[in-house]
Structures are given as structure tokens and as C-alpha cells.
Design a binder for this molecule. Sequence first.
Ligand SMILES: *[C@@H]1O[C@H](CO)[C@@H](O)[C@H](O)[C@H]1NC(C)=O
Ligand SMILES: *[C@@H]1O[C@H](CO)[C@@H](O)[C@H](O)[C@H]1NC(C)=O
Ligand SMILES: *[C@@H]1O[C@H](CO)[C@@H](O)[C@H](O)[C@H]1NC(C)=O
Ligand SMILES: *[C@@H]1O[C@H](CO)[C@@H](O)[C@H](O)[C@H]1NC(C)=O
Ligand SMILES: *[C@@H]1O[C@H](CO)[C@@H](O)[C@H](O)[C@H]1NC(C)=O
Ligand SMILES: *[C@@H]1O[C@H](CO)[C@@H](O)[C@H](O)[C@H]1NC(C)=O
Ligand SMILES: *[C@@H]1O[C@H](CO)[C@@H](O)[C@H](O)[C@H]1NC(C)=O
Ligand SMILES: *[C@@H]1O[C@H](CO)[C@@H](O)[C@H](O)[C@H]1NC(C)=O
Length: 499
Amino acid sequence: MLSCCSVRMFLFAMGLLLVILQPSTGQFPRVCANTQSLLRKECCPPWDGDGTPCGERSNRGTCQRILLSQAPLGPQFPFSGVDDREDWPSVFYNRTCRCRGNFMGFNCGECKFGFSGQNCTERRLRTRRNIFQLTISEKDKFLAYLNLAKNIPSKDYVIATGTYAQMNNGSNPMFRNINVYDLFVWMHYYASRDTLLGGSNVWRDIDFAHEAPGFLPWHRAFLLLWEREIQKITGDENFTIPYWDWRDAEDCVICTDEYMGGQHPTNPNLLSPASFFSSWQVICTQSEEYNSQQALCNATSEGPILRNPGNNDKSRTPRLPSSSEVEFCLTLTQYESGSMDKMANYSFRNTLEGFADPHTAISNISQSGLHNALHIYMNGSMSQVQGSANDPIFILHHAFVDSIFERWLRRHRPMLEVYPAANAPIGHNRENYMVPFIPLYRNGEFFISSRELGYDYEYLQEPVCLLMEMYSSACCVKLCVSLQFIGGRGGSLIYVYPV
Ligand SMILES: *[C@@H]1O[C@H](CO)[C@@H](O)[C@H](O)[C@H]1NC(C)=O
Ligand SMILES: *[C@@H]1O[C@H](CO)[C@@H](O)[C@H](O)[C@H]1NC(C)=O
Ligand SMILES: *[C@@H]1O[C@H](CO)[C@@H](O)[C@H](O)[C@H]1NC(C)=O
Ligand SMILES: *[C@@H]1O[C@H](CO)[C@@H](O)[C@H](O)[C@H]1NC(C)=O
Ligand SMILES: *[C@@H]1O[C@H](CO)[C@@H](O)[C@H](O)[C@H]1NC(C)=O
Ligand SMILES: *[C@@H]1O[C@H](CO)[C@@H](O)[C@H](O)[C@H]1NC(C)=O
Ligand SMILES: *[C@@H]1O[C@H](CO)[C@@H](O)[C@H](O)[C@H]1NC(C)=O
Ligand SMILES: *[C@@H]1O[C@H](CO)[C@@H](O)[C@H](O)[C@H]1NC(C)=O
């Protein structure tokens, strides 16, 4: 009989360089959407816990003047002082809460992503899962949560229904209630809408969330906020949004009544009446009408979700993206390049976004690849940028796009400096605050591993096999473990779970 063997595991040390960003301080917090806040240009609401602005008495944060990045912008937007989104959020507010430590939120009443507990000291790591790996009850719960979000008004946020000038520089506030789902549809619209220049003039080459380096950080923050709002309205603190792994899919396999809605039996542009998504109404889809009225989308219902998967222009998007296209995209070493917009060659961001050919990484705007391919393929509400979040497939799609961003970050381990600090299109420099979020988030804050932000993807957690030396036998055996990296200030902990 063999004696008990001593076992030694050789774990290679893995250093995670954690870039500690300066703590920084939705859309319009309801408590700041009034004449007084707008005229004072201050959004420093009291925290319920102690009644002081930004939870100051409890050391959560303080009301601070906003420091704007002075870095130069690219040439794409040749105006200044004409769009409320320039130097966000300074047209509306010049003082907001700056939260300390792990606190976050417009009044420092919440925890930073990845933390929980009364004092935000507990690390959290949640896993986003493949929608097809959910049990039927988990999947049904997800659909029910979406439906709840569509039917419950946002407690904390309202939308702006007029520009700052239309609000008479704040003396005539124009805000409106909105449901939690549509709050996100509206934010996506507001970030990507055209600039209203007066008369019938607009400027279209502007987008605070697309066609530039901020595309990936912006959507990452957006999904995290969306996920958190759903956690709040359902009380399900463990909720994560699922993803749809569309690589090599031959058609829209989630377009069934069990999942995101099948096709209507007689009108191929509509959803099947058996899916409750067929009763949803869309908002913010009429960009030409808003432009001609020089108005903002005010979230009036504009009809049902449209979707006709695969009916798209095949010369633009012949099929859904393949695994090899994703793998090619991940080999690109430059996050961003050249003009940093949709003309960028060899840019990981531009190739994943879909303006560059997924086989050559050369910009080709007559084609829609990777991320863009999904939008075009759906041939309906998903296909126009401003209103695309109306179709809940948006969430599953963007979760998967974010997982590809995450794979790239893990593979290339970029320093924060890799994210452009200057000369990106308006709103997309590293230190710019992302439109239209309040509290404020900088693009660069999301250029870090998702594990540091408190989430991971099921398919990225694959076990790592390590050699395990067995003194009692001649040979070595492999021990498979699942490694989880939990970032922290100045280092990381590695948890090892046998599987
Ligand atoms: C902030 O806005 C207020 C109200 O317009 C103004 O009085 C104040 O000077 C501004 N502060 C800064 C630092 O710009
Ligand atoms: C949170 O911090 C407060 C003030 O420092 C302290 O009184 C309280 O016990 C802490 N709560 C927890 C759960 O650590
Ligand atoms: C609003 O502010 C702008 C810029 O400060 C100013 O030019 C304009 O006259 C103001 N409009 C009103 C109605 O106060
Ligand atoms: C969330 O997950 C944690 C850890 O697995 C568990 O202790 C907690 O009860 C869960 N909360 C809910 C609301 O399910
Ligand atoms: C909302 O916007 C629509 C379309 O631009 C417009 O026709 C309608 O009058 C607006 N409603 C309100 C209450 O402003
Ligand atoms: C759907 O595809 C057709 C071409 O097949 C195109 O003409 C139409 O604009 C597309 N509709 C949407 C909403 O994308
Ligand atoms: C991208 O590459 C193509 C093909 O080499 C070239 O024609 C084009 O000018 C390049 N674009 C930029 C912005 O450098
Ligand atoms: C863009 O793609 C189309 C279709 O594949 C191709 O014919 C065209 O040559 C490409 N253009 C560039 C600049 O690569």
C-alpha cells in the first residue's frame, strides 16, 4: 500500500497590474431635475443614511467641482458650444458628488461595481451565463424581470425632454418619468443622437457611444448599470444578464417564443403574439422626425418591436459572424488606431464594432461585420443605432460583445495608457465622462478586467490544468482547477477550486 503522498502544486505567480483610478463621482437623477439644481448647476443630493449631501457626514463622499479633461479632441465635430453633451455634464452641472473608497452613485449611496455590503467592503463576483445554459425557470425569470422593468417606473431617474436651451438654461425644466427598461433605451438614443443645430440643420457625425474607442467601455458601463437596476427592482442581488453566443449561428436561434420571441405567423416584421415582447412598444426610433422638429425623443410610444431576422441586405452582411472572425479580431494588438473612428485600420475596437473587415481589419464601411452584423441581420428595431436597445436581444448581444472585449483584455493585458488619452472623437478620450451617465464615469475606468468590476463570463471560466507532482508515483497527474482572480488594490488574490 502506498503511503500517503505529499503533493506539491506549482502555481505560477500571476500579477495583475491594477490601475487605481481616481475615484469619481443614469441619466438625470430625479432629485437634480429641478430649477434649483439646474440654476445652481449642482447635483449633490443627500444620502438617505445620514441626510447630508453625498453622505459627507459618513465619509462617503463630498460635493466637488467637476474637473474636465483638457485633452484635445479629434476633428470629427467641428463645433463648440452647440450640443448639451459637450464636456459632459458641464452644461447641466458643474458640481457633483465625488465618492470615496468603494462608494458610488449620484449621492454616494451605492457601492462600486464589484462591491457590496453596508460599507461596500465585500468583494462580489457574479457570473454572466449563456442563455442556453439557464434552466427553464432561470430563463423564465430573466424574461419576467425584463417585463417588470418595462412596466415599472424608474424611481431614481427621469429623462430630459428638451435641450438646455429649450429649458431656458434651466429655469424651465423639461423632464419626464420613464420605465426602467426604456430609461436605458433613451440613454442609448441620447448618446447616439445627432446634434441639433437650429432651423433644419443637424450634424450627424457625432456619437458618444459608437464609432470610436469609447464604444466598448460605454456599453460595458451601460450593461452594468442596467444589470444593477434590474437587481434593484427585483431584489435579486445575484441577477446577471445572460449572453447569446452567436458565433457560427445559422439563424436567430433565440428568436423563439420560449426565448426572445418568434416570428409573427402572417407579418414577418413583427413578433409572434405568443411572446409577450410582441406587446412591447418602442421609443426613440424616429430620428428624422426629431431632427426636423429640432426636438429630443420624449419617449412617446412608437409602435411594436420590429424584427425580421435574416431578411437583411446580404451584400452588406451575408451571415452571422463566425468563430474564426472573432479569433482573428482577438489577435489584433492595437486597441485603437489612426483616426480612431469608423475609418480606423487594424483597430481591435473598429473590427469588433464591425466597420472593419473581420478577416483583414481594414476599414470597409460598405460591410457590417461582427457587432454591427447582428444589428443589421435583425432587420428591424435593432438595425437603427438610436433605437436599437428597444429589442431585448440588444442586451444578450452586447453581453457577448463585452465578453469578446474581455477576452482581448485578458489576452493582451494592456496598460491603461493603451486607451487613447487625446485626439479621439468627441467624448471618447480616456478621461472624458461618458454621456449621459450621472453619476460620472470616465471611459478609462472600464478598460480593466471584468473581474475587477465584479463579473465574469461562464465560458471564460474554463478550468486551467496545472501539473501536480506526486512523490509517490513515477508520473505526474494533472489537476484541473478553476482559477478566479479577485482584483484588489495593488495586487490580486487567486482562489483555486478543484473541479
Ligand atoms: C458653476 O455654475 C454656477 C451657476 O451657473 C456658476 O455661478 C459658477 O461660477 C460655476 N462654477 C464653475 C467652477 O464653473
Ligand atoms: C459600517 O461602518 C459604520 C461606520 O464606520 C460602522 O458603524 C458599521 O458597523 C459598519 N457596518 C458594517 C457591516 O461593517
Ligand atoms: C443661455 O445661456 C447661453 C450661454 O450662456 C446664453 O447665450 C443664452 O442667452 C442663455 N439663454 C437664456 C434664455 O437665458
Ligand atoms: C445571492 O448569492 C449569495 C451567494 O451565493 C447567497 O448567499 C444569497 O442568498 C443570494 N441572494 C439571493 C437573494 O438569492
Ligand atoms: C413628443 O414627441 C413627439 C414626436 O417628436 C411629438 O409629436 C409630441 O408632441 C411630443 N409630446 C410632448 C408631450 O412633448
Ligand atoms: C431590411 O432589409 C432590407 C433589404 O433586405 C432593407 O432594404 C431594409 O432597409 C431593412 N430594414 C431594416 C429595418 O433594417
Ligand atoms: C486603411 O487601409 C486601406 C487599404 O490599405 C487604405 O486604402 C486606407 O487609406 C486606410 N485608411 C486609413 C484611415 O488609414
Ligand atoms: C469592401 O468589401 C466589399 C465586399 O466584400 C469589397 O468588394 C470591397 O472591395 C471592399 N472595399 C475595401 C476598401 O476593402
